[in-house]
Write a protein that binds this ligand. Sequence first.
Ligand code: ATP
Ligand code: MG
Length: 450
Amino acid sequence: MNHSNGNEAQPALRIIPRDQHTISRKNISKSALRVLYRLHEAGHSAYLVGGAVRDLLLDGHPKDFDVATDATPEQVKQLFRNCRLIGRRFRLAHVIFGREIIEVATFRGQGEEGDRHIVDGRILRDNVWGSIEEDAVRRDFRVNAMYYNIADFSVRDEVGGMRDLQDHVLRLIGDPEQRYREDPVRMLRAARLAAKLNFHIDEAAAAPFAELGPLLSEAPPARLFDESLKMFLAGHGLKSFHMLERYDLLAPLFPVTARTLKRGDQALRALIEQGLSNTDARVHEGKSVTPAFLFAVLLWGEVRAQAETLLEQGKDLALAWQRAAHRIVAEQSQHVAIPKRFSYAMEEIWALQPRFENRSRKRVFRLLGHPRFRAAYDFLLLRGSESEEIRELGEWWTRAQELPQEQLADELGPSKGKSGPSTGATAAPAKRRRRRGGRRRRGDGASSAD
Ligand code: ATP
Ligand code: MG
């Protein structure tokens, strides 16, 4: 077994000529090629780098193409009209082609001079330019430090990435503990890339997780939200989730979820795993997915528990759910910032759950016409693991959508109570229902609504 650590000599630079690797220009986006050629023609060095090179060598289809160059951001800007300089922590040029953005980063260096800001070992800002060799060693994993050279189509393997790629292993460059202290999000990247690539995390790279995982609580919540989307909405969510659990990284990121799972609630585990695997399936089928649904799944156990407590204390139904939802969202947002439009949708999905239990005619039609019905219904189906009752309830609502609405109205009988004549209670929602009826088929428990 190879216990690599920062003290072990890093493999030496290897240049792999074009006829000895599998990267072909036809798998590189046209926009990325244009950027590379333009930089090259202007006399700069220009490389495709990072995940794109890694994924191309693995026969994958990179979702984004990053470029590294010795040109400064200002020099890049002068070469491209469609260019914007962004970032303070890490200054970059974005070259924009319609919906595709090519990220162009200047090689980062090791020098002490310049705009680098480190506090308690954490890199808060890194804008010191350097050589390609220096740029390579500040990257996270060896497999992420390979450069495809547009000048001669060779691959520069700076620190042994090719070997790791063949061994399906993620090794950190340098001393793992120091690299995680510099940027704790690298721990999540390890778990995410291991899930995405089906690689294992080298022992030395995984060893500090238990001790340093809590540092993730201090990472910027907005950045953790972005990372969470990459973990859970990119087609390998279930596997990422298992990686987080296995490496003790779930608690610092999703303390609420970790807390409820620790109680051993098997139905809740089933709900989460099903929600994640349905989402993965949707992504693979090219369907849309929303963070709201997934976060609603992850936090459900605790929201339900708190709502039940509030109900026992005599709070009114709507208030109990609203208050429970607010509390849990507030707690979670301290770690992973959930944008308002999503947290609002989550709260609605939760708040509609108890309303499925009321099957009076008026309530049924009102719920069917609710704009968030579809997502809430998908959520109800996922909850089938909670009890036989909930499963039957889900089936009832499936059938309610399949029946012609007149027949449903007949079966439900006349509306009771003060709400007036039954025709009045059903007419308006029924109209709305017809309009959206086509979309409302049996769900797969990973709603796309947001
Ligand atoms: P994917 O795009 O498949 O999610 P990736 O490795 O390309 O994975 P990006 O976030 O696109 O991830 O980053 C591009 C490259 O930038 C990485 O391959 C790596 O070389 C470098 N990088 C990204 N984040 C870090 C980090 N936190 N620390 C060091 N290097 C990083
Ligand atoms: Mg990438």
